[in-house]
Design a protein around this ligand. Sequence first.
Ligand code: AMP
Length: 281
Amino acid sequence: MKVLRTVDQMKALSLEWRSRDYIIGLVPTMGFFHQGHLALMDKARSMADRVVVSLFVNPTQFGPNEDLDRYPRNFEKDKYLATEHDVDCIFFPDAEEMYHPGFQTWVEVTDISQGLCGAFRPGHFRGVATVVLKLFNIVQPDFSVFGLKDYQQVQVIKRMVEDLNIPVKIVTHPIIREPDGLAMSSRNAYLSKDERKSALCLYNAIKIAENMVKNGCKSRAEIKKAVNEHILSYPYTKIDYIFVGNPETLEEQTVFDKKILLALAVHVGKTRLIDNAILES
Ligand code: AMP
């Protein structure tokens, strides 16, 4: 497995692969791999001749008071895991390589970036869309795999690809969970033992909402109320949002369609966790 640190090296390798008509799959990540990341790599492996994993803790998607500096990192372990999962290349640039002095071009996906996480993390999706488009231009993949754990991110990227006619297919992967249901996340490493217990509130609240909908509940207000009460019954929790609405447009809606998105962002202590599910009646 190759580890490439510069844009020129990555572009050259990609060009060589493309000249041989290889199908290239890209998995963008911020590293500190867990089973969620590895499942995305396996998915890419099953579809591609060559798999590139980008590992870049992208500073432009972090707000000034967020966890950029303490974001967990372990490159040696990541390298080992990527090798085990038959990845062909890790693209591992540093911030200066991706953002040269004088950098001033941004991708803004407007409406769909506004609500949910966008409302609490101003500029976050601008940073995400910009870095993902840069990665697409550098790696030139045929397809790129994203996890549905970051549901809004997937919708933002899909919108960008459609609007800007980007020739990359977006492949999604379901959320990978711990045995007790907690969605895997690099940020779970921040949780103390007690906070880890409280972190289950997101998954358990989703289960409650799923049961309500299965039993015929059609009221977004009732679902939100039950989810809110459940989450706040755990210590250390503070809710950013409980969203119940349209899975594609991410608009809250009055008509309860067959499929409705429940998306949650909750602080457990100092750690911000997100989770989501499509509720089907
Ligand atoms: P990150 O390193 O957190 O930026 O995540 C890189 C990719 O892995 C993104 O597409 C995420 O949506 C995806 N991902 C992270 N956690 C999970 C999970 N638990 N299940 C599925 N995909 C995930």
